[in-house]
Design a protein around this ligand. Sequence first.
Ligand SMILES: [Zn+2]
Length: 411
Amino acid sequence: MMLGMIQRRAFRFRLEPDGAQRQKLARFGGAARWVWNRALAEQKRRLEAGERTAGYAEMCRSLTEWRHSPETPWLAEVHVNPLQQTLKDLDRAVRDSFRPGTDPARKRFPRFRKKSAGDHFRYPASVKTRVRPDGWAEVWLPKVGWVRYRSSRPIEGRIAQATLSEEGEQWFVSIQTEREVPEPAASEQPPVGIDLGVVRFATLSDGSYFEPLAPFKRGARQLARAQRRLSRKHKGSKNWRKQQRRVARLRRAEGRARLDFLHKTSTTIAKNHGVVVLEDLSVGQMSRSARGTPQEPGKNVRQKAGLNRSILDQGWGMFRALLAYKLAERGGRLVLVEAAYTSQRCSECGHTCPENRKGQALFCCAQCGYSAHADHNAARNILEAAGHAVQACGGKGHRPPDEAGTRGEAA
Ligand SMILES: [Zn+2]
């Protein structure tokens, strides 16, 4: 019998709510933000008092109190599920921030939500969709009703949850689905090792490579300029608010471009390769390495610190998550190997010494004379390291992708 696997998909559509529904969405979004901020304030108070933070169940008990409090009667008008989901998110964010080995991006202690950032809330499975006789697609949101949306493609799978988010003046729904599909036959595509970098986003052991997304840089400059302008405007003024919306719009455009790039790159790689090998580097480790190690003191620390900012911008964690699930769907798999001397070791003869590395771009072996682009040499080493890992202990196999990755949404 064939074993199934769960395939997760996200479908995102623009909502077309009527006036009353728009008010309800705003009220739900505002309530979710209030609950997040109220519970976060309580967690902070506890930490400052030296107490342990509240768990999810405890926060839910507080939520019941707030919903019955005469001070916040509007909370009771909002469906309880999205508010519970908000507490679930907060609970996870707090626990992530304490967990050792988490990527710094997730390790940050949760912050208060601002209305200007756009509200969002999530329903668990209780959401359904239908198509009206006049052709409009509608989504059922409990306590809001049937809301029209612009359907750009059919929804596949069972609805697992739905997230509503406000961007500018618009509301969007992202419907996450699950379905069981047969486990694909093992891929017959060739294996490949990949070195992730900054000058080249990804260099493959077959010598091909992917340039980083150029618009990243342009978008970053535009964003920086818009933020500078914002800081010069009088806070709270009409112009300030206008500029604030502009900053938010640029930030969303950048996020979309980045996600699109990561999707395209990971799809190409997953289509053409069976086993893909990456170094098991957390983003945190990559940042730290610029400060140097006893063996390799960090030269040009300032220049490298600049590079590190781009490392964090590349979205490597997301790339890894996307690659893992795309490979799994095609019968391939992601293997992670420990990073060890991949930049100093000759992939031809195995000779390992710091002299092999001639600057950032060129690798030239002091023993056998093999020379190649340094990232290409590293990618070959990474692939070879997996050969041992796979034979010795079955490798680490692929990791189940983060939820963040499977949702396919920009951060
Ligand atoms: Zn050599």
